[in-house]
Design a protein around this ligand. Structure first.
Ligand code: ADP
Ligand code: MG
Length: 249
């Protein structure tokens, strides 16, 4: 983590229950400005629940979340988006009746309205939409329906929609599940570009370990709602507790 600046995201003592079931138990997690963090753990270990608590889709019972100097507790999801938090969903949810380009214009328009209180000119909006399509490599599919997209292109659209809100932090929740070897590499390269060229801090939640290892500067591991390791990727994957709880499965 870059220790020279304050963390962009600071989660402290966060717990979340569903009825009597403890999904997250006293989670601490700091993410540095510009960092690439891998978040791994078995299915059901609480990764998506943590994302939902950070992004405001779910409210945690205890603990605090600070983002870019703001205390987020209780803030609704749209306010967190406005502050620069974005996530992609495990199952992409594009508007099926709109074109690929319009699927990007919707969050763009929303962001511009939120930031400036004005409706941007169609020219500016169109230009940014073209930039985003190019960034993810979907220019040639701009006027198609999301229904026509392959799985990997659907993931790229999902990431473009998240990036349209001009996030400071992007959380990619299993953006590569079900993709081929080369498609996984494609998405890793795209996330690296977002981090290096656009300066976006990224949390990558992923099971595909070669993707996790090539992308992450640091790894955190959740098992049964608890963080059991957090550190340098090569040390974390050799940690006996991590091997027995997750990687050795
Ligand atoms: P992961 O993303 O690591 O696979 P999740 O965060 O989705 O895990 O789920 C963690 C646990 O919380 C699982 O046991 C899951 O069944 C449970 N869970 C998640 N969301 C809900 C919900 N809305 N209501 C009840 N239980 C939930
Ligand atoms: Mg999940």
């Amino acid at each position: 983590m870059n220790t020279a600046s304050a963390p962009i995201l600071q989660v402290k003592g966060l717990s979340k229950r569903f009825g009597g079931f403890v999904a997250l138990d006293d989670i601490d997690l700091d993410v540095g400005q510009g960092e690439r963090l891998g978040l791994i753990g078995p299915n059901g270990s609480g990764k998506s629940t943590l994302v939902n608590c950070i992004c405001g889709t779910l409210q945690n019972e205890t603990g605090t979340v600070h983002f870019n100097g703001h205390a987020l507790n209780g803030a609704p999801a749209h306010k967190r988006t406005h502050l620069g938090l974005a996530r992609s969903f495990q199952l992409p949810r594009p508007f099926a009746s709109m074109t690929v380009a319009d699927n990007i214009r919707v969050p763009l328009l929303y962001t511009v309205r939120q930031r400036t209180g004005l409706v941007h000119s169609h020219i500016d909006l169109g230009r940014r939409c073209v930039e985003l399509l190019a960034l993810v490599g979907l220019e040639h599919l701009a006027e198609r329906s999301p229904r026509d997209l392959s799985q990997v292109d659907m993931r790229k659209l999902e990431l473009a929609r998240a990036v349209a809100s001009e996030p400071k932090l992007l959380i990619a929740d299993e953006a590569m599940a079900g993709l081929s070897h080369s498609e996984v590499e494609d998405i890793v390269q795209l996330l690296l570009r977002l981090n290096k060229d656009e300066g976006i801090t990224v949390i990558l939640i992923e099971h595909i370990m070669r993707a996790v290892m090539s992308f992450s500067q640091r790894l955190a591991v959740l098992v049964s709602g608890r963080k059991i390791a957090d550190g340098k990727p090569d040390e974390v994957v050799n940690n006996p507790q991590v091997v027995s709880a997750y990687l050795g499965q």
